[in-house]
Design a protein. Sequence first.
Length: 397
Amino acid sequence: MAKLGNEKITWILSVVFCFFLSSVLAMASTCDGGFAKELEVEKILKKLNKPAVKSIKSPDGDMIDCVHILKQPAFDNPALKNHKIQMRPTFHPKTTNFSKSNPIAQTWHQSGSCPEGTVPIRRTTKDDILKEDSIQQFSVRRSLYSTNGHEYAVADLSGDRYYGAHASINIWKPPVQEYNEFSLSQIWILNRDDPNNVESIEAGWQISRQIYGDDNPRLFTFWTNDSYQTRCYNLNCQPGFVQVDNKVAVRSSLEPSIYGGSQNELSILIRKDPETGNWWMQVGDTSVGYWPGSLYNRMSESASNVQWGGEIINLRSNGQHTTTGMGSGYFPEEVYGKASFFKELSIVDANDNLVSPKNFGIIVTNPYCYNITAYDYSNDSGVYFYYGGPGRNPNCP
Ligand SMILES: *[C@@H]1O[C@H](CO)[C@@H](O)[C@H](O)[C@H]1NC(C)=O
Ligand SMILES: *[C@@H]1O[C@H](CO)[C@@H](O)[C@H](O)[C@H]1NC(C)=O
Ligand SMILES: *[C@@H]1O[C@H](CO)[C@@H](O)[C@H](O)[C@H]1NC(C)=O
């Protein structure tokens, strides 16, 4: 009879103990390697979730932690070790003829507010991390034109230098079919001067069960400084967005528009601070935070492209096109109240003026699935377009 070694006994004990724990706690982990995973998850959570001055339970189930501004995750990024926080932009955005935007309504505002000197951060849960292989989930692989499942309907501007961009987007909650598909609508500010090191700043609204755990549209930010090798959504992973405002939380849910009813808009202005080189994000009238210029190479000077539009992932489950919707989930022909739009498109030029683009290209992966229809100055919405679609339909099988 083989004698059991000590390790073996420990292993048996821990497996038995694990089964015991699993049944008591109904943990989803398997007992083989489950503990290692649990420990890993705890470690990640401890790193991501900073001590809160105050916590707010949102009606949508999120926990919002009010974290001291200097303790936010961005300062975990070694590249920001000696970064001096900038509390407000040095520029006063010049007056524009944009329609007055309402303060952004986020679901958690119904339950409280964060004190001065703190920033609201949606707490990352064990669930966020445990679901499937989601330890990898904060690094969704994406690249702009080699589509591998990514589909687009965007307006594309290039051929000049850009120092910022603006648009108001209406917010929707289109269906997203698969757990690891997403639907987003955003502004891209890109530097493609070196095609092997594309740098980007991206912000808008996004629906992703994989990233956020539910189907709500959420305000999100994203950045990369090396063609999507180093990249990060929101405030996690390689954090590259410094938040300063105590009211607007990135990664927190937004109220969608109603088909044929009230329209909720997200007004985003991203603009390089001419003095500090940081790229600020203004939502409505609020300066929420910035992407530090020091994380970028060429982008710290200016951008070479600006894009506005929608992106989805189509995994073609069961060999069919996904039913994940882009924009409102309806085609542009349905226009105001039913289709999603970007309006008051504008860019910041080299003279620091906010101007409407004269013309732009259109990139559509498949117009029978998702399309875009551009308009210009024909009304007070400035330059605008409708975009989106339902995905699978008889012309998009
Ligand atoms: C990208 O940013 C990271 C910091 O998050 C930095 O370590 C890295 O060197 C940067 N890459 C490039 C190509 O600048
Ligand atoms: C403001 O309106 C004028 C026309 O009335 C237009 O020329 C200009 O481009 C607009 N500016 C923006 C930023 O939309
Ligand atoms: C896509 O939109 C363009 C511009 O409005 C239009 O000419 C074209 O017919 C549309 N394509 C489809 C397949 O609906």
